[in-house]
Structure formats: structure tokens, C-alpha cells
Design a protein around this ligand. Sequence first.
Ligand SMILES: Nc1ncnc2c1ncn2[C@@H]1O[C@H](COP(=O)(O)OP(=O)(O)OP(=O)(O)O)[C@@H](O)[C@H]1O
Ligand SMILES: [Mg+2]
Length: 317
Amino acid sequence: MGLFDAVVNKTNKTVASKKLSSKNKKTPKNIIKKNNSNKTNKKISKKIIKKVKLDKESKKLISNKKKIVIKEWVKTRVEGFDELLDKGIPKNSSILLSGGPGSGKTIFGLQTCYFNALKGKKCMYMSFEESIRELKEHMKVFGWDYEKVKDKMELVKQEPFRISRYVEGLLAKAKGELLEDFNPKIFPKNFKPEILVIDSLSAIESAFFEKEDNYRIYIEQLFNYLDISGVTSYLITEIQQEFRNFNTKTGVEEFLADGVFVFYNTRRQDLKERSCEVLKLRGVNHITRIVPFKIVDKKGIVVYPEERTFNDVEGEQ
Ligand SMILES: Nc1ncnc2c1ncn2[C@@H]1O[C@H](COP(=O)(O)OP(=O)(O)OP(=O)(O)O)[C@@H](O)[C@H]1O
Ligand SMILES: [Mg+2]
């Protein structure tokens, strides 16, 4: 059974525990722990405890696996980018793709999905912004034929408000209790991707308008879920385009992510230059320089790891 199956089964278990717990109003519905949880835990039937234990064991197994077993590596397959990384990205990592508006985040996400799908990897592009039609149009511009990969590359459009409403409902039911685990409502049941792109966390965040705490809870749960699902994920976040300065709004995403790739689109006088960097990638030896890249018609992103940026050259003069 794959790790993703474990998660799907886990979701089924959650449904089962929901049914069992409906007789006991104080029993948490979605494996929810109370702050003073001893009393509550005693009330959970043995059957549920068994299921919860199983979940914890599988979590432990996975975290041990991460620590001990030689990692499998995932390539971005974005031209030039993998040369910034020693062997690639450790499988099951969560990577933030961050940058200002128009910096190339969506193109990077589509490109990594497309070229991995061509190599037979199952990929899912989950858009909270652009429609499936728009995504297909982007791909066409760069000469990526969606028909070639349609069995391996799933494009999904979701409404960010669906997420915020779900979290709100769940928190209202929990009545101040702590959510330990829940389904972040992003995976269709019939597709188990090896690579997932979420475009974007910023769109999801905007649906949590004036409820930033709920967004933080969702993000923590999302990262937990991605961690046990086995998927390698890219989470797009829009940041303010200050000169080579990186900060997400809440700060929680970069703390939870295993890696952060940043895309810049900077201006010096009348010259504009695209550049990118691997800001962090846990457990990987990587190039730490900011390197130039271009977005090329009929091709997509091309990174030039050997070249220096205009700003680097200018700084030396
Ligand atoms: N065919 C092309 N050739 C060259 N550059 C292009 C081409 N198509 C798009 N671009 C550039 O790519 C940019 C858009 O890239 P992308 O959609 O990946 O940005 P993004 O970071 O996802 O932006 P947003 O935050 O708005 O979603 C455009 O602003 C344009 O400068
Ligand atoms: Mg985009």
C-alpha cells in the first residue's frame, strides 16, 4: 500500500470515527483533541483508539523513513534549474515557489508538471486562480502539448472559499478544541499524484479575509497532510516584489516548508532582469547564488546557473 493510499484510508477511518462518535456528542469528530484531553480520550471507544493508534504508527513510520532511508530524488525538469541542486529535491518535500506578480511561478509549476508527466510521473496542478482553459493556453504558448500527458497530468480548478468555509465550519463544530488532524479538502479521491502544485496559497489566504488565525490552522494542517501523503509538493505564494527581499505575509509558510525557491523580476534603470534562487532546501547541498533566467516563447523557463546576474556584475564595478 502506497503512502497516499494510507492517507485515503485514513480519511475513510476519519469518516468511520465520525459515525461512531456521533452517539457521543463530546467525542471529537475528526480526531480532535481537547486542551485538557484526558477525560475526552477516555470516552473515545476502543475501536476509535485503535484506528487513531494506527494513524500515529504510520506517521512514525514515515518520519523514521525520512530520517533513515536513503532519499529518492525528484527533478524539477525545468531547464537549467536542476543544476542548482545536488541530486534534486528529496521526494515528499514541500517547496514554496515564491515571487512577485508575473515573476514566473505559474509557468515554473506547469513546466515541472508537464516534463515530469512526460517521464511518466503522475502530477496534479491545482489552481485556485486561473481556469483550466487558461492553464492549457499557457501550456500551448510554450509548446507543451497537454494531449500528450493528459493521463498523467491532472488540471483541477477549485474555489478558495470552499476551503475557508470548510475550515470555519470545522472550527465552529470543534468549539475551541484543538484540531489535531483533518482533511485539507484538496485531493480528488480518484487521482493520487506524485507531484502536486497548489496555485496559490495566497489565493487561499485571501478567502480567509480577517480570519488569519483560521488560515494558519489550515496551513499547519495542510503541511502535515502533505507530509504523510508522500507527495512532492510545490506551493505557490505571492510575495511583495521588493529588491531581492523575501518574506511571506504570515511567515508561517516558509517556516513549515522544506524548501523555498524565489523568483525575482528586478529593474535597474531601464533594464529588467529575471533571476531566481534556492533560498533553502532541507537536506540538500545546493547553489546559494541568485542566478538569471528567461521566459522563452515556445520553451518556457530557462535558467542559466553558470551566469551571473546584471546586479552581481554591476556590484563589482
Ligand atoms: N511567451 C512568452 N514569452 C516570454 N515571456 C512570457 C511569455 N508568456 C508569459 N511571459 C511572461 O511571464 C509572465 C507571467 O508568468 P507567470 O504567469 O508564471 O507569473 P506568476 O508569477 O504566476 O504571476 P501571478 O502572481 O500574477 O500569478 C508574464 O508577465 C510575462 O512577462
Ligand atoms: Mg500565477
